[in-house]
Write a protein that binds this ligand. Structure first.
Ligand SMILES: Cc1cc2nc3c(=O)[nH]c(=O)nc-3n(C[C@H](O)[C@H](O)[C@H](O)COP(=O)(O)OP(=O)(O)OC[C@H]3O[C@@H](n4cnc5c(N)ncnc54)[C@H](O)[C@@H]3O)c2cc1C
Ligand SMILES: O=C(O)[C@@H]1CCCC=N1
Length: 386
């Protein structure tokens, strides 16, 4: 095996590619992780200080995967001696008869510890928030925040300690499928028996070299931070939780937030959709319709915040038509595995996605039923070239 030959190449060092490479190295596979930008970077979907981790989901299969995933997060923390998870709880608010009931049933069915907050007791538990008319509320008490940038640094570091090789600043410009896959970057040519593509918003650009297109939409998210009128009122140290406001008449998509933490006195609150963008032209996309929706919501429900964003950063989602991930083999090249379309909720699953993509690439039976994540569910869709 020459120095350019690997058991497996992983393209894309975001959260999913980094955890996949780490799992491959743990399984004694000679692994190369390729990244187009110099690391660390803030041009994809995995950067920033924080992400929400939760078991509160509509579907049982996500809640089931999160059971093991919490353990994997904790194992990584112990192995690397770093703190990545902070328990805050997740406040779920939503119209009583809508998605809220589905979240509640999933949590109850799976025996996730929750606290129901009756309307008359709400403000005693959650001061500084107005519960919308007709909304109900509960807290997923096991939920919390993950340190995102620290996670990438940690998992990439552990991968390298296991002998894994990271080459950053190496944009992949060609892929030649075959029993040995050839991957060409701007400055090298590498070969491997197996390839994993975890390219986030650039997935379809890379997949075009393999004759496949998936129905993925890339959207820009304005990551907004809002100033506390009274310092500390929404602070993590004062036990303010993360929250999700489920979709309602006035906001057609979720609104979610994390307590003030990374920027003193600023709480992060975002809208769970945004305008479509080309990933290489993200900063040219200046639509701020989402911010208007957030301003109205904050004025009404978070009266302790100044309803003008103090900081706006950018991030991207890569969204599938059903908002479920793609975790599958390439339909015509079985030694190519794809992890894509994490639809704005994939970070918390990083450790389990890494384990599953590693299993798929090694031809093993995956630890979970992956039928919700198969490519063939898009067969009827116009953008899939299967
Ligand atoms: C604002 C925001 C808030 C979010 N909040 C949450 C949350 O609270 N909880 C949660 O669980 N999830 C959340 N998510 C979603 C989560 O962050 C994403 O699902 C996850 O980061 C996707 O990771 P990825 O590895 O697929 O993509 P990315 O992080 O984009 O990684 C893909 C990598 O591939 C590289 N690449 C692409 N093309 C090439 C090429 N040709 N050659 C080499 N490298 C290439 C890119 O540069 C990039 O580094 C949020 C996302 C955003 C944007
Ligand atoms: O995945 C998450 O928890 C966040 C909050 C809800 C919307 C998307 N991302």
């Amino acid at each position: 095996m020459s120095s350019q030959d690997y058991d497996c190449i992983v393209i894309g060092a975001g959260v999913q590619g980094s955890f996949t490479a780490y799992n491959l190295a743990k399984n004694n596979k000679k692994t190369l992780l390729l990244e187009q930008f110099v690391l660390p970077h803030s041009r994809g979907s995995s950067h920033g200080q924080t992400r929400i981790i939760r078991k509160a989901y509509d579907e049982d299969y996500y809640t089931h995967m999160m059971e093991e995933c919490y353990q994997l997060w904790s194992q990584l923390e112990k192995e690397a001696n770093v703190k990545l998870y902070r328990r805050t709880g997740l406040l779920v608010m939503g119209p009583e008869q809508g998605d809220y009931q589905v979240f509640k049933s999933t949590l109850e069915r799976n025996k996730v510890p929750i606290v129901i907050l009756p309307r008359e007791e709400f403000s005693q538990h959650i001061p500084h928030v107005n519960l919308s008319q007709g909304n109900a509320a509960l807290v997923d008490t096991t939920a919390g925040m993950l340190c995102a940038d620290r996670t990438l640094k940690t998992v990439q570091g552990q991968f390298q300690k296991l002998g894994g090789v990271i080459k950053d600043g190496q944009k992949v410009i060609d892929i030649t499928p075959g029993s040995v896959v050839t991957v060409t970057t701007v400055s090298g040519v590498y070969r491997a028996k197996r390839l994993v593509i975890t390219a986030g918003p650039w997935a379809n650009i890379l997949l075009s070299h393999t004759g496949l297109q998936l129905p993925l939409q890339v959207i820009k998210i304005n990551v907004c931070y809002w100033s506390e009128k009274i310092p500390g009122s929404y602070n993590v140290q004062h036990r303010f939780p993360c929250f999700i406001q489920l979709e309602s008449e006035e906001a057609k998509h979720h609104i979610y937030g994390l307590p003030s933490n990374e920027y003193p006195g600023l709480m992060k609150i975002c809208y769970h959709t945004g305008p479509e963008t080309d990933p290489d032209e993200r900063d040219r996309q200046t639509d701020r319709g989402d911010i208007d929706i957030l301003q109205r919501y904050i004025t009404r429900c978070f009266p302790g915040l100044v309803p003008i964003p103090a900081v706006v950063e950018s991030c991207m989602y890569t969204v599938t038509p059903d908002n479920h991930f793609v975790l599958d083999h390439h339909p015509t090249h079985s030694n190519i595995v794809i992890g894509a379309g994490f639809s704005g909720h994939g970070f918390k699953f990083g450790p389990i996605v890494g384990k599953l993509l590693c299993e798929l690439s090694q031809g093993e039976v995956p630890s979970y039923d992956l039928s919700p994540f198969r490519i063939r569910r898009f067969q009827a869709h116009s953008k899939s070239a299967l």
